[in-house]
Design a protein around this ligand. Structure first.
Ligand code: PGA
Length: 240
């Protein structure tokens, strides 16, 4: 199981970020440092990149360099030895109006630069009959992954139903498993199998154990990643 902790736009002070990161570091056994990934805001990445816990950026641009004010290049992430990048999180889709096509373009450039994208997808509303239709229209632009040159590249696919994010209402495991199987079938047909399937949405130290399943390879954790008590309990699971 891999645990990705998404700090989103928190905490607001450098000292708090250092203290939180230090808490993760101390709570993990040395041999387990690589079992988690922390995704802090961009500005904090340089503070932590040498400590041995893999880091993820929360976004990057689809160009390497140039006149793109305010953007961060995958090449810059690479130069700080960042290996992962979260792409297409529903909050970026909502507030920065990112489209499926843009997210796919970012993923392509990230992979070309040897970053592992953590691609988020998931339906907005809890409408069971539309769920698969919505999900597969989100994933359609990612068919570039079926090209030979991408077929061995590793990616993470994070199923995050929007209605489950930050609401305290996680998606039941059976439904997560159903989506995992559909994804397996979708990619399996094209022999693209080098991906990990993650679930995210209202996970915490009480419910995360219920999501241990042979179809789920890991978790994307938002709110709970900022609370030391929660982090401690989740990292106890990682250590066990
Ligand atoms: P949450 O967020 O754990 O607070 O629901 C998950 C996410 O946005 O990745």
């Amino acid at each position: 199981m891999i645990f990705v902790f998404n700090w989103k736009m928190n905490p607001t002070k450098k000292e708090e970020a250092k203290s939180l990161f230090g808490f993760y570091y101390q709570s993990l056994k040395k041999k387990n440092l690589k079992k988690i990934i922390i995704a802090p805001p961009f500005l904090y990445l340089p503070l932590f990149f040498k400590k041995g816990i893999p880091l993820a950026a929360q976004n990057c641009f689809y160009q390497g360099k140039g006149p793109y004010t305010g953007e961060i290049s995958p090449l810059m992430l690479k130069s700080f030895q960042i290996k992962y990048v979260i792409l297409g999180h529903s909050e970026r889709r909502r507030y920065a109006k990112e489209t499926n096509e843009e997210v796919a373009k970012k993923a392509k450039v990230a992979i070309e630069n040897n970053l592992t994208p953590i691609i988020c997808f998931g339906e907005e509303k809890k409408e069971k009959n539309l769920r698969e239709k919505n999900i597969f229209s989100q994933l359609k632009p990612f068919s570039f992954l079926f090209q030979k040159k991408f077929s061995q590249k590793k990616i993470f696919l994070a199923y995050e139903p929007v209605w489950a994010i930050g609401t305290g209402l996680p998606c039941p495991l059976v439904e997560v498993e159903r989506i995992a199987l559909k994804i397996k079938k979708f990619f399996g047909q094209e022999n693209f199998t080098n991906y990990l399937f993650l679930y995210g949405g209202s996970l915490n130290s009480n419910n995360i154990r219920n999501y241990y399943s042979s179809l789920v390879d890991g978790f994307l954790i938002g709110g709970a990643s900022l609370k030391k008590k929660e982090v401690k309990k989740i990292l106890t699971l990682v250590n066990s």
